[in-house]
Ligand binder design. Structure first.
Ligand code: SAM
Ligand code: SF4
Length: 324
């Protein structure tokens, strides 16, 4: 069985937010830092287990843990271990800002984490500080060395393209992966409810980066039918790869392969949809059949596309509430 919507898209990939708390202040996401807006606690490990089991029964094979910043949860290793033990789940991944990465990465590996994405928006320490509010670039780079030593060898770096902060750094990023086998994923800045003015000042089209890559010998990689919306490129002179995530490009939504659940257990059919659909009331072993049925019943509600190009960002005020 696979969860499938009315447009034939299949969802074997779940992005699970485990907290909306974050300790960074990225200027495109939480420029004033995390503000608590709810009394509701994030899902417990037991609830996460029930949720993951239901998704696995419905065909989910990969779960990415995201946030907020997942590593602010002291029980993150337990969450990883729990997800990894769910029958049917073949891959558990994490997206992190890398806070204290070097200290934590061995524990994540021991818990069964398969891979992680690390957000690095600039290789210039001053710009990194200006974007994230933290002077921690070197800590992240050292953490990457620790991660490789721990056995992670397929690491992706997420970089949001920002006209006023990192748009002139493309060459520096490329130089970095000449000898280093990382995948750099350049993400187009997306408009959210909170960042309209920042978006207008900083959005850079991924198409412009794609043109520069193609002009300098980067080759698009063939995409499998089940691959997500990222376009990937390789170059014979570079050990690393590039991924481009261009949500404003035509047909971006056609390859959507993911569903999202918020930290309080709401299923979001689209990052830019309306309020999520509550699953928490069914996250108990005795409700597993009802949970399976609710997941199936919600699939036809998924819309064909987002409406970002019409400046409609849905209920998403910032990505820390849903994990990107
Ligand atoms: N805190 C973790 C991190 O930053 O990696 C995980 C959560 S964060 C919301 C997930 C990803 O979304 C990060 O790579 C971040 O850069 C990206 N992101 C956040 N807001 C964004 C926006 N408005 N447009 C594009 N990407 C965004
Ligand atoms: Fe925190 Fe990630 Fe948002 Fe930055 S992008 S503020 S690290 S949740």
């Amino acid at each position: 069985m696979t969860l499938q919507d009315s447009f034939g898209r299949r969802f074997r990939y779940l992005r699970l937010s485990v907290t909306d708390v974050c300790n960074f202040r990225c200027n495109y996401c939480l420029p004033d830092g995390y503000q608590c807006t709810t009394e509701e606690q994030p899902l417990s490990v037991n609830e996460i287990q029930q949720l993951a089991q239901a998704f696995a029964r419905a065909g989910t094979r990969k779960i990415r843990i995201t946030g907020g910043e997942p590593s602010v949860r002291a029980d993150l290793p337990e969450i990883i271990r729990t997800l990894r033990a769910v029958p049917g789940i073949e891959e558990v991944a994490l997206t992190t800002n890398g806070y204290r990465l070097g200290e934590r990465v061995h524990e994540w590996k021991a818990a069964g984490l398969d891979r992680f994405n690390l957000s690095i928006d600039s290789l210039d320490p001053r710009q990194f500080h200006a974007i994230t509010g933290h002077n921690r670039l070197q800590e992240l780079l050292d953490g990457l060395d620790q991660a490789r030593a721990a056995g992670f060898n397929d690491i992706r770096i997420n970089t949001v393209l920002l006209r006023q902060f990192n748009a002139s750094e493309l060459d520096a990023f490329l130089e970095w992966i000449r000898e280093t086998p990382l995948t750099l994923r350049f993400i187009e800045l997306m408009r959210t409810g909170d960042n309209a003015a920042f978006f207008n000042d900083n959005h850079v089209s991924g198409e412009s980066i794609q043109t520069r890559l193609l002009d300098s010998g980067w080759q698009p990689l063939l995409r499998s039918a089940s691959a997500g919306p990222a376009r990937e490129f390789s170059h014979p002179d570079y050990a690393g790869r590039i991924g481009l995530i261009m949500p404003y490009s035509k047909d971006f939504c056609a390859s959507c392969n993911r569903l999202r659940v918020s930290a309080t257990g709401k299923l979001h059919l689209c990052l830019f949809g309306e309020q999520g659909h509550d699953l928490r009331d069914l996250l108990k072993a005795e409700h597993s059949d009802a949970l399976d049925q609710r997941l199936l019943d919600l699939m036809p509600l998924k819309k064909e596309t987002h409406f970002l190009e019409q400046e409609e960002t849905g209920a998403t005020t910032h990505f820390a509430m849903l994990g990107g």
